[in-house]
Design a protein around this ligand. Sequence first.
Ligand code: ZN
Ligand code: ZN
Length: 286
Amino acid sequence: MQATKLRRLRLPTSWGELIIVGGSRAGDGTVILLPQLHLALDAGRAHRALPAMTTVVVSHGHVDHLGGIAYWASQRQLQSMGPARLLAPGAIAPGIEGLLATHANLEGGQPYEVEMVPVEAGERFSLRRDFDLVFFPTDHWVPTLGSRLVWRRHRLLSEYAALSGEEIAHRRSAGVTITEEIETNLLAYCADCGPGVLENQPQALAAEVLLIECSFYRSRDRERAVRYGHMHLDDMLESIDRLSCRHLVLLHPSRRHRLREVEEILADRLRPRLDCSLHHLMIDWD
Ligand SMILES: [Zn+2]
Ligand SMILES: [Zn+2]
């Protein structure tokens, strides 16, 4: 079990301060937690921060994105933390269900209290009353779903803004529609992806917080990035004008690079080109 220190971001958004905790390294593991929503976007490694999450979304079948799910389910069971949900692309959901059943069987106890929810691109899932998850395909080399977090709320229609609470209550009880529902495209997680998402997923790029991978940084690795459906820094730079996020969070550096080297390249080549703030969740797992 890993006790590696995860990175912690506190990002101002229109919803309020959004806390994102995580760590990401290609091949070794990607774990992204939104503790305020008890939500994990991929659980690629066992980590003590995982069991508190009640919903885990698995983007694709690579072990660096789901290697922590058995630990998560087992620890929740052991600590009587109650039922939880695991969302995964329909194509791999039965395999994941079988994997968890095998682990529960090996442990000799009851099946884990995890509801398996298969999801597809374009589908919308109600995470809680005010938040939905919307799934979109990425251009990784195996079927992969990114996730968009949409914040929904009701706002008083502007023509009623000047009314007192009593007058508003009166109209509401008379059946008058006094509010409208508005949606905020709060966060997008692009999972493992190549440059295709930069062309094909404008809604993801328009999220206030964009979590996106950038695996490769050297020009000689451009071909490797294409072959394995990963992002190269040059892809990002070529499409930089398409980004309209408030916060850009980079993930998933290849082990061909030291993190210090990646941070220097980002500071030199990417940061000066950005209008938004730049962050990352890149770590070396112990
Ligand atoms: Zn990966
Ligand atoms: Zn992958």
